[in-house]
Design a protein around this ligand. Sequence first.
Ligand code: ADP
Length: 465
Amino acid sequence: MTNNIKHLFKTSLVKNAVSISLVILGFYLLFNLFAISKLSDLADHELDKKILHEINHIDQFVDFNFDSLYFHSTREFLEKDFIEITENPYFLQIYSRDGNVLFNSPNINKVGEIPIKQIEFNKSYYKENIDLDELKLRVIYSFVDNKDNAIIQLATTRSSISHLVQEFELFNLITLPIIVALIIFISIILSYRTYSGLNKIILTANRISAYNISERLDYKANKNDVYGKLKDTLNNLFTRLENQINHISEFTNNASHQLLSPLTAIKTELDFIRKKERDTKEYIETLNLLDHETEKMIKIIRTLLIIAKEADNQKNSNNIFNLSQLINNEIKARFFEYGIKYSIEESINLRGNPDYFIMTLNNLLDNSVKYSEADSRYISLTAKEIDNFIIIEVADQGIGIHASEKSKIFDRFYRGNNSDTTKGYGLGLSLVFVIVSQMKGTIEIFDNVPKGSIFRLKFPSISLD
Ligand code: ADP
């Protein structure tokens, strides 16, 4: 398992690092392409300014009239840049609209022919790049004297720009392996930071089972970041599971215990009766005892089955029954001997399974009887409707329930400290709780005055139309 996780960790880390690297590298390359194009644009722009400045200068010395070109001065064209191929040479051609070259600078002969171009009337100048065999040229065309019958073509080399771009590209190429290595390194660090936390969580979570559920994730994490939150969430989950597991094992313990005592009684009785032949009276006594103990077990198991079934049942029964009738028919006779005081509003109806509700009332009243001294059995059962709620109360003046036990007595098999001498399995109130909840009701316990307890059930009223 651990090896599997190590492998998983490694592959996830590599995959993540590769993705991050590719994304950063992609951005880096895009940025460089953009930088190169911007750089050459800027350099072209600077070159254009220089050429245009020179064209304006030339235009001042030249006139075009009646198909002929007039020079005010030729001094300008005798400069070295027009004669030779210097570092920044100027290649000048002046030609008429019909393509007749009227002048070209001497250095043009050294580079061969530079093609000429007619420019549109509505443009004051036009620029382009021309690649000759050896030279890359930036060329600008402009009209002589702003009239459209003669054109000045002035070109210069773009070598400085190409050089700059080449140098930039070379720099990029040389630094690329270092950049790539750096990007991969950063990606691995980032991925490691992301996955090492998760890896620790997986390893610890994997280790935790029902046997060591008290273990907790203890990696260092800031409470406010995702890992901190994840750690707290999982630890809370483990705590909840631990409580439930403890609850289940306590329940299993209690259930086994409760079932074990009747089974032990049966076994002891059987062992005793088998020792020698007995008379009929003894056999009947034994059978009665077996019947009694079996009945006990059936009761426990039946109650558990109802609790289990109803605890999972999300839907309340659609049955509607009248409470007053149910009490008259099913409860009063059973508790006749205890002189219970009834105060039940006739019109109260409840939605649920009436058989289960009989069990609820039986259990509550049984408890009131069980936990009251014979001479203080003042038990009452009241039911009234107040503000759209049905309130049913079972009150006694018995031994009462200690505050610390009020929340526990609904647990399965829980028996209070006050129950030492009374018979029971600790299942009655669990059953009450499950049935009442299933009927969308709530149950609360109050201390009665001057003594005893009040169990208050509260249900939403139901309308019959
Ligand atoms: P059991 O009565 O079989 O012990 P229950 O689930 O009915 O189990 O009740 C759980 C515990 O709640 C009892 O053991 C007892 O301590 C306490 N209890 C229930 N009803 C009363 C009551 N009316 N007066 C005092 N204690 C009660």
